[in-house]
Design a protein around this ligand. Structure first.
Ligand code: JB2
Length: 210
């Protein structure tokens, strides 16, 4: 069984660890942190990112999972991906055994699909994105890189979510609607029309927040 290391020791890492444990196809060596911390679900803090890169680059332990969430910005996640990739680590795609992924769906490396997600046929999901618990991605959707689809989101068919965008918990995006890159859609929002400018949008239907 191959080793894997999880980056981060907070709430998101906890869920990633529990999915990896359920999948059972990796040996979870530990998680990285900037602070000392207690074990998570029996998995130990094995040090900070620089220490782990120094210790494990150019070894057979080269799988890494991004266990830090993304709400206001994707920058920390992006920096960590570059740092580990430059040191030769690999970010596998991680899909909960409780997710439903239908035919002709592509999911990029480093993307993590949580429990009870449904991704319908012919959708394309980019890399390093979070498809969080119980979200629904209908048919023919296109999702970019470093996107976070929060718990309970519904994307109807043919929706496009560009890179670095966050769709808040419980939001709905109507059929064939596109959301530009670098957007934050507040929790519980309804997006009925295309959003072509980056920014923060909230409400039902959404309005740009100034
Ligand atoms: O550069 C870093 C770094 N910066 C912060 N490297 C490493 N290895 N760890 C880092 N951290 C650590 O990430 C912090 O010390 C902290 O322990 C952890 C972030 O934990 P937190 O629970 O604050 O956030 P999260 O990103 O795990 O979860 C957020 O996003 C999820 C999607 C929360 O809002 C969750 O509720 C949400 N489900």
């Amino acid at each position: 069984m191959e080793n894997i290391i999880v980056i981060g020791g907070g709430g998101h890492a906890k869920v990633v660890i529990s999915i990896l444990k359920k999948l059972g196809n990796y040996n979870i060596l530990g998680f990285t942190e900037i602070e000392s911390s207690e074990p998570i679900l029996g998995i130990n803090n094995i040090g900070n990112d620089d220490f782990v890169i120094e210790k494990y680059s150019n070894t057979s332990t080269n799988n890494i999972a991004l266990g830090i969430g993304q709400i206001k910005t994707h920058e920390l996640r992006k920096n960590l991906v570059s740092k580990y990739m430059n040191a030769g680590f690999i970010f596998p795609t991680i899909i909960s055994p409780n997710a439903t992924i239908n035919e002709s769906v592509n999911i990029g490396n480093g993307t993590i699909v949580m429990d009870n997600v449904a991704i319908n046929t012919c959708s394309n999901i980019g890399s390093y994105s979070i498809i969080n618990t119980s979200s629904i991605i209908e048919h023919d959707c296109k999702i970019g890189n470093f996107v976070h689809i929060a718990p309970g989101v519904t994307l109807s068919g043919e929706v496009v979510i560009e890179s670095n965008t966050f769709i808040g918990a419980g939001s709905t995006v109507a059929n064939s609607v596109s959301v530009s890159e670098n957007c934050i859609i507040g929790a519980g929002s309804l997006v009925r029309k295309n959003i072509s400018q980056s920014g923060l949008y909230v409400g039902n239907p959404v309005k740009k927040y100034k």
